[in-house]
Design a protein around this ligand. Structure first.
Ligand SMILES: Cc1ncc(COP(=O)(O)O)c(C=O)c1O
Length: 473
């Protein structure tokens, strides 16, 4: 291995004194201070990911707004960093709405998505007067109206709730099926054939509802630009039709999230993965390209339809999650046990980080690059079977179903022994937010590394008492 392994990122993820170093913080010191397993986030990396989005917005001559998809990670310190960076937020439940408001996002900075919002959640959103509730069906328009009536009765004020319609136009991507959300077989959104009816329904009670936008999320980790462009074209054409048929002018087109993260910055262990998996996980699609292409198709169509004035007045929204937080977070874990299997010749390393803290590694067989944090600069050339601590044969860092979606062996330095600290990289998205205390395992702590290399605890480690805090007996 060269002096600078491919996973390094200048001024962020580096090898110093042989150890993994995060913005100046030594991984082993962090483990000594905060114990293992440990989530480590980088505030400078979150900010530079947001800067990249903002530069993309500046590169196209059009009003753009970003709403961070808080489902990717809604830790309060992460939300604070996003808020301080000046972008807005997307929430997917009453709980995320509560967190967004509590951390200080203004109501007009919040979008609420979701297929099954409860009456209480809709009441909260309407009462707060958020920027947009993205409705997922024609039926849900009626639910928002009912929420509006309830809130009006409670407050004595009737103010139309701002809604956007979420569409499902049948656009496939090269991501996992479970992460594709613009297919007619998915549970999301309103079909193209019903869009006009949905708009007519939404325009019926203007005292209760104001339709401000239209939304499509093609899915997460979308490796190609075409699905984004197709989604944008579809929304744009609906916007023009709606204007023509009803005179109603939409304020925004929301292109959702899905900008991919390159999980294969270091490809040294990825050669066994199927090609489509490598293309998807190793995608490197610039947000500027997504925006430029979306606008190109819309401008073409606007010119043809003589509707340039409509496009000029339409703000474009994006809901990036993964691209803000995935590569800004990692998991440090200790090897606690090892064994040899003479029959297979395998050496097994058993860590304290299971799929209860990285669910995607199990349900999507998601590849997180594994390195030794203790010996980050040494050659990683020896094969190991690596597994977590859960009482489940599926709690392994390879594809137990033998579909090859993860490498069979992980490469680490020679002679790894219990006590060695390993790191799973790019774990910042959909990990902390999805963790659960299976097997009575207290949830881990998380720290945020600041620009000066100092570490702040942003989530305290659960205690055994936390495990029983909500049980009643
Ligand atoms: C509606 C919506 N917006 C945004 C996102 C964020 O996607 P990503 O994290 O891939 O950017 C998601 C997640 O899939 C979503 O469902």
């Amino acid at each position: 291995m060269s002096a600078r392994p491919a996973w390094t990122i200048s001024d962020y993820l580096e090898v110093r004194n042989g150890h993994l170093n995060i913005n100046g913080a030594d991984a082993l010191k962090l483990i000594n201070e905060y114990d293992s397993p440990l989530f480590v986030f980088s505030e400078p990396r979150i900010k530079s990911n947001i800067d990249r989005l903002e530069r993309a917005a500046e590169s196209v001559d059009h009003p753009i707004r970003f709403f961070y998809a808080s489902k990717a990670n809604s830790n309060m310190a992460v939300l604070k960093t996003v808020l301080d960076s000046g972008i807005d937020v997307e929430v997917n439940s009453g709980g995320e709405l509560f967190k967004a408001l509590r951390i200080g996002f203004q109501p007009n900075q919040i979008i609420f998505n979701g297929t099954s919002k409860s009456a209480g959640e809709l009441d909260d959103a309407v009462r707060a007067g958020i920027y947009a509730i993205n409705v997922d069906s024609i039926y849900e328009i009626g639910l928002v109206e009912e929420a509006g009536r309830r809130v009006a009765a409670e407050t004595g004020v009737t103010k139309p709730a701002r809604i956007a319609l979420r569409l499902v136009p049948e656009i496939g991507t090269r991501s996992h099926l479970g992460l594709q959300t613009a297919l007619l077989t998915s549970k999301f959104g309103i079909s193209s054939s019903e869009v006009l009816d949905a708009f007519r329904r939404g325009l019926k009670n203007p005292d209760l509802i104001h339709i401000c936008g239209i939304h499509i999320h093609v899915g997460s980790q979308t490796p190609d630009v075409e699905p984004f462009a197709e989604a944008f074209r579809s929304m744009w054409e609906h916007l023009v039709t709606i204007h023509r048929e009803t005179g109603h002018r939409l304020e925004h087109i929301n292109l959702g999230g899905g900008i991919p993260v390159n999980y294969l910055r270091d490809r040294s262990q990825a050669d066994q993965l199927p090609e489509h998996e490598r293309d998807m996980l190793g995608a490197d699609l610039e947000p500027a390209v997504v925006l430029a292409e979306a606008l190109r198709v819309a401008r073409e169509s606007a010119r043809a339809a003589g509707a340039e004035h409509l496009l000029e007045q339409t703000t474009i929204l994006l809901e990036p999650g993964r691209s803000v937080i995935a590569d800004a977070g990692l998991v440090l874990s200790k090897v606690l046990n090892m064994k040899r299997r003479p029959e297979t010749g395998d050496v097994w390393l058993l860590t304290d980080a299971g799929y209860n803290i990285m669910l995607s590694m199990n349900n999507y067989k998601w590849y997180y690059h594994l390195i030794s944090a203790s010996r980050a600069g040494e050659p990683h050339e020896q094969d190991y079977k690596v597994a977590g601590p859960l009482c489940d044969s599926g709690d392994v860092y390879f594809d137990i179903e033998r579909e090859g979606r993860l490498p069979d062996y992980r490469k680490l330095p020679r002679n790894v022994q219990p006590g060695e600290v390993v790191a799973l990289l790019n774990c910042g998205a959909y990990s902390l937010a999805q963790m659960f205390p299976y097997n009575g395992r207290p949830l881990p702590a998380a720290v945020m590394i600041r620009a000066d290399g100092s570490a702040d605890l942003i989530r305290r480690r659960d205690t055994y008492e936390d495990l029983i805090a909500n049980d009643v007996w």
